[in-house]
Design a protein. Structure first.
Ligand code: TYM
Length: 334
């Protein structure tokens, strides 16, 4: 008998244009994992509205993110690609799980703490509850593995805690998911301030590289990336800028840090930066061409997200019914 494949779930918010961090920390790993697992790749539009979104931009970006998944190599025939809001069970399960999560544990989430500093009193309560929605996403599919960047680790811990709490309170309902965080690329840093994570919501465009940045822009941004005055290509915490560029290069080309150090020994940063930029361009340019083709083909995209929603709804509703039954809700008679 064929063994049942383990399940992967992951998603990206269409809340801004995707960065090289999203690509190296998440999508590139998904592509590697798709053969071995039963994968659900979601465009998490419900998460995106935790901060203000222009409706027109949200629509455009949702389809663009979906196109990036496919252009990067996610095969829609083998994987389930779908849009979160097409599966109402996510919102429903999130409400249920909200009633089993504690204010204390949500208040400790570093992403919430960072954002609440920025927004103060007028922070949306959706931002506070956001990790519960993420837990619902994951648990509805009986997910075994969640490939994410290291910034999502704490949210994943919450998903595990909620799964265990619910299982203990009632009976076995959810698979307890494990994170999959790759050794390189799990945290790509800001090019202008390499002590913080590269983020699509940063105000300074020189601090990030977008997946859709034209080659010339990529070259300029890498040449402007902050390094140091030491002048040696070395993988060390004392040189966070250089370390980050080495991480980017290594994650793309597969070269080890030792190999990279050796290659640029005694050379300063000029050639190194040029090579980093060219490696990024070579990786992203073919993806960009495919994304442009895909976003122009609305009918094809619709056929993918429709089929994805159908499969995702079926699986997610099965888990949701199970939750409702265990909680004590009366099932609607047929
Ligand atoms: P989001 O949209 O912020 O980021 C999407 C993915 O990209 C990774 N990532 C990075 N990896 C390396 N370096 C970076 N600088 C970098 N920036 C972002 C993130 O770790 C993530 O894997 N809450 C999630 C979306 C989500 C989700 C889920 C993920 C919602 N439901 C269920 C997995 C499973 C988020 O905001 O990711």
């Amino acid at each position: 008998m064929e063994e049942k494949k383990k399940v992967i779930f992951s998603g990206i918010q269409p809340s801004g244009q995707l960065t090289l961090g999203n690509y190296l920390g998440a999508i590139k790993n998904w592509v590697k994992l798709q053969e071995e697992y039963d994968c659900y790749f979601c465009v998490v539009d419900l998460h995106a509205i935790t901060v203000k979104q222009e409706p027109k931009d949200l629509r455009t970006r949702t389809l663009e993110v979906m196109s990036i998944y496919m252009a990067a190599g996610i095969d829609p025939e083998k994987n389930t690609i779908f849009i979160q809001s097409h599966v109402p069970a996510h919102s429903e399960a999130a409400w249920l799980l909200n009633c089993y999560s504690y204010m204390g544990e949500l208040g400790r989430m570093t992403q919430y703490k960072d954002k609440s500093q920025k927004y103060g009193e007028s922070i949306a309560s959706g931002l506070f509850n956001y990790p519960v929605l993420m837990a619902a996403d994951i648990l509805l599919y009986q997910t075994d593995l969640v490939p994410v960047g290291s910034d999502q680790k704490q949210h994943l811990e919450l998903a595990r805690d909620l799964a265990q709490r619910f299982n203990n309170l009632y009976s076995e309902t959810f698979v307890v998911p494990d994170p999959y965080i790759s050794k390189t690329g799990a945290k790509i840093m800001d090019l202008q301030d390499p002590t913080k994570k590269m983020s699509k919501s940063d105000d300074n465009p020189n601090s990030f590289i977008l997946i859709m940045d034209p080659p010339e822009v990529i070259r300029k941004k890498v040449s402007r990336a902050v390094t140091d005055s030491i002048g040696a290509v070395k993988y060390t915490d004392e040189q966070p800028g250089v370390k980050n560029l080495m991480t980017i290069l290594s994650t793309i080309t597969g070269e080890s840090f030792e190999e990279i150090e050796k290659k640029y020994e005694g050379q300063g940063y000029a050639q190194f930066k040029k090579d980093v930029a060219e490696a990024i361009v070579a990786e992203l340019e073919p993806i960009q061409i495919k994304v442009k083709e895909l976003v122009a083909n609305k009918a094809y995209l619709e056929s993918i997200y429709k089929a994805g929603a159908e499969k995702a709804n079926y699986i997610a509703n099965k888990t949701l019914r199970k939750m409702q039954k265990k909680i004590g809700f009366i099932p609607v008679s047929k």
